[in-house]
Design a protein around this ligand. Structure first.
Ligand code: F6P
Length: 537
C-alpha cells in the first residue's frame, strides 16, 4: 500500500463504517445535487458515480488520497518514459504508441512512427491488391494467431467495430487446442488467407504451435515453401526467434519490450485491425487513446475519469468490502470487452508484493467478471440481487448504435438503467410483504422477494462505439489499472506469476508423450496422465 494510502487508512476505515450505514437512496435524498457532483467527463466519455456508496465528505477524502498519492505526477512519469516497470527495469510506454508525449521519448517515438509507416504500407499493398496470395488472388481473410495481449485486445476491438463491409474478414486463433485453429480454417481458402503471428516474446507455446500448423495448412494446399513469406507476417520483439521459425525480418513488424503485452493493442499487434477495418479506423482508434491520455494528464483528480475509477475501486475493494467487480457493457459490440479487461486488470494488479518486495496482505486486484447486457440478467444477476454477495460494477451504455432498430435499442437501454436502479433500491421488507399480499400469498413468501440493493456501481456513457470512443474507453481502463497499482504500491507491468504453469506444462508434456517420469509427480497428476495416455493410445 502506498505510504499516503497507509496514512489515510484509518480515516478511510472510519468513513467506510459511516458509508455502510447510509443507503444510496438516503444519499440522493440528502443531496439532490449529488448526480451533478459525482460525475467525470473526458475524451467523449461520461462517468456517473452517484450510485457509489460514498457521501460528499467521503468523496473529498478519496480526492485527498489521489492528490496526496501524487497520481498525476506518477502518470506523467509513465508518459514521459520513466522506469515505471520496476522489476523489469523498463518504461511502460503504451501511451507513446498513440503519439502521447513523443517529444519526451524522441528516439522511441521515431521507432513508433517508422513501425506505423511499415504497417500502413502493408495495409495499402494488401487492400490495393498489390500484394496477393500464392495463386495470384487478392487476400480476403486475415487470421491473427496470438494469445493474451497478442489476442484479447485486437479480438475485442475487431468485435466492437464490426462492420457489414470489412476490408478483410478478421479471425482470431489463440488456444493451443487444435480445435481452435481447425474450426477457424475450416471455411477459409488458403490462397486468399493472410496470417499474422503475434507474439511479443515469440516463445509462447500456443502461438508457435498454431503458427506451425497454419504453415502446414498452406503447404498442404499447394503453396510452395517460398510462398509462405507471402502469407505469413509476424509481430514480435524477438526477430531472432522469428527468423529461426522461418519468418524473415522484412515480414516482421516491430514491438518493443517497453510495451506490456496487455497494453499493446496500439502497436503492430493492432495490424489485424487496420487490415480488417482500414487504416483510417486504426488511426482514429489511436486518436481516442491519445485523447484519454490528454484528459488524464490535464484533469485534476476531482475531474479525472481514470483516477476516479481507480479511487472508487480502492474504496470499494478495501473499505466497503466488495469481493468482485463486474463490467457490464450494454452493447453486443462490447461483448468481448470484459474478457479483455480481465487480463488488463488481473494480470496487472493480481499481485502480492510491493515494488520494494514487501508482502501485501490485503486483497489486491478484485476478480473482474461480467458480460454484455442483457445476457447476464438471465444467468447470474439472480446472485447479484439476492446472493448476499458484495460487488461493485461499471455499467457501460453507448447511447446510440447507428441505424439499428430503435425499439430494440431502447429496450437495451431500459434494461441497463433498470438494473442500475434495481442494484440501488432493491426491495425492502415492507415492499416484499406488500408484494406477497398483492399475490394473495403467505407472508413466508416475503422472505423470497426481498433484495438488499445498495450495490455500489457507476454508469459510463458515450454517444456510440466508434474507433475513437473505444480507444478512449480502453485507455481509461489502462490508466485506472495503473493508478490502482500505484495505490497498492505494486508493479502493474510484470507477470511473474504466469511462469510456474508454463515450466510445469513443459515437464508434463514430456511425461504425457513418453510415459516416463510419473514417479516424480503427485499421484493425482500421475493418474490423470495415465488416463490421458490410455484414452489416446
Ligand atoms: O503468459 C502471459 C503472457 O506473457 C501475457 O502477458 C502475454 O500477453 C501473453 O502471455 C502472450 O505473450 P506473447 O505476446 O509473448 O506471446
Amino acid at each position: 500500500m502506498h505510504t499516503i494510502a497507509q496514512q489515510l487508512d484509518s480515516a478511510l476505515e472510519k468513513a467506510a463504517s459511516e458509508a455502510k450505514k447510509e443507503s444510496l437512496q438516503t444519499l440522493f435524498d440528502a443531496n439532490p445535487e449529488r448526480v451533478n457532483t459525482f460525475q467525470c467527463h473526458g475524451a467523449g466519455l461520461s462517468l456517473d458515480y452517484s450510485k457509489q456508496r460514498l457521501n460528499d465528505a467521503h468523496r473529498k477524502l478519496l480526492i485527498e488520497l489521489g492528490t496526496a498519492a501524487a497520481l498525476g505526477t506518477r502518470f506523467e512519469a509513465l508518459v514521459h518514459g520513466e522506469t515505471v516497470n520496476i522489476t523489469e527495469q523498463r518504461p511502460a510506454l503504451h501511451t507513446l504508441l498513440r503519439g502521447t508525449a513523443g517529444d519526451k521519448s524522441p528516439e522511441r517515438y521515431s521507432e513508433v512512427t517508422s513501425a506505423l509507416a511499415l504497417m500502413q504500407q502493408l495495409v495499402t499493398d494488401i487492400h490495393s491488391g498489390d500484394r496477393r496470395g500464392f495463386t495470384g488472388q487478392p487476400f480476403t481473410d486475415v487470421v491473427n494467431i496470438g494469445i493474451g495481449g497478442s489476442d484479447l485486445g485486437p479480438r475485442m476491438v475487431s468485435r466492437a467495430l464490426w462492420t457489414k463491409t470489412p476490408k478483410l474478414q478478421a479471425h482470431f486463433v489463440a488456444n493451443v487446442d487444435p480445435q481452435d485453429l481447425d474450426e477457424t480454417l475450416h471455411d477459409l481458402d488458403p490462397a486468399t488467407t493472410l496470417f499474422i503471428v503475434c507474439s511479443k516474446s515469440f516463445t509462447t507455446e500456443e502461438t508457435l504451435s498454431n503458427a506451425l500448423r497454419a504453415r502446414d495448412w498452406l503447404l498442404n494446399a499447394g503453396a510452395a515453401q517460398s510462398d509462405v513469406a507471402q502469407h505469413v507476417v509476424a509481430v514480435t520483439t524477438n526477430l531472432e526467434a522469428a527468423g529461426e521459425f522461418g519468418i524473415d525480418t522484412e515480414q516482421c513488424y516491430p514491438m518493443w519490450d517497453w510495451v506490456g503485452g496487455r497494453y499493446s493493442v496500439w502497436s503492430a499487434i493492432g495490424l489485424v485491425l487496420a487490415l480488417n477495418l482500414g487504416w483510417d479506423a486504426f488511426t482514429e482508434f489511436l486518436e481516442g487513446g491519445h485523447a484519454m491520455d490528454s484528459h488524464t494528464l490535464d484533469a485534476p483528480v476531482a475531474e479525472n475519469l481514470p483516477m476516479t475509477l481507480a479511487l472508487l475501486e480502492w474504496w470499494n475493494t478495501l473499505y466497503i468490502g466488495t469481493e468482485t467487480h463486474l463490467v457490464l457493457p450494454y452493447a453486443q459490440r462490447l461483448s468481448a470487452f470484459t474478457d479483455f479487461l480481465q487480463q488488463l486488470t488481473m494480470e496487472s494488479n493480481g499481485k502480492s508484493a510491493t515494488v520494494e518486495g514487501q508482502p501485501i496482505k490485503k486483497p489486491t486486484a478484485p476478480v473482474l467478471w461480467g458480460s454484455a447486457g442483457t445476457i447476464g440478467q438471465h444467468s447470474y444477476y439472480q446472485l447479484l440481487h439476492q446472493g448476499n454477495r458484495e460487488f461493485s460494477a461499471d455499467l457501460i451504455l453507448p447511447l446510440t448504435n447507428g441505424d439499428v432498430d430503435t425499439d430494440a435499442h431502447r429496450k437495451l437501454a431500459a434494461n441497463a438503467l433498470a438494473q442500475s436502479r434495481a442494484f440501488m433500491i432493491g426491495r425492502n421488507e415492507q415492499e416484499a410483504r406488500a408484494l406477497a399480499e398483492s399475490r394473495g400469498q403467505d407472508q413466508l413468501m416475503a422472505a423470497h422477494y426481498g433484495m438488499s440493493g445498495n450495490h455500489p456501481h457507476s454508469l459510463i456513457t458515450f454517444n456510440a462505439v466508434t474507433p475513437k470512443t473505444l480507444g478512449a474507453l480502453i485507455a481509461a481502463y489502462e490508466h485506472k489499472t495503473f493508478f490502482l497499482g500505484a495505490l497498492f504500491n505494486l508493479n502493474p507491468f510484470d507477470q511473474w506469476g504466469v511462469e510456474l504453469g508454463k515450466v510445469i506444462g513443459r515437464q508434463i508434456d514430456k511425461v504425457l508423450a513418453s510415459g516416463d517420469g510419473l514417479e516424480a509427480l503427485d499421484p493425482s497428476t500421475a493418474k490423470a496422465i495415465e488416463a490421458w495416455r490410455a484414452a489416446n493410445a
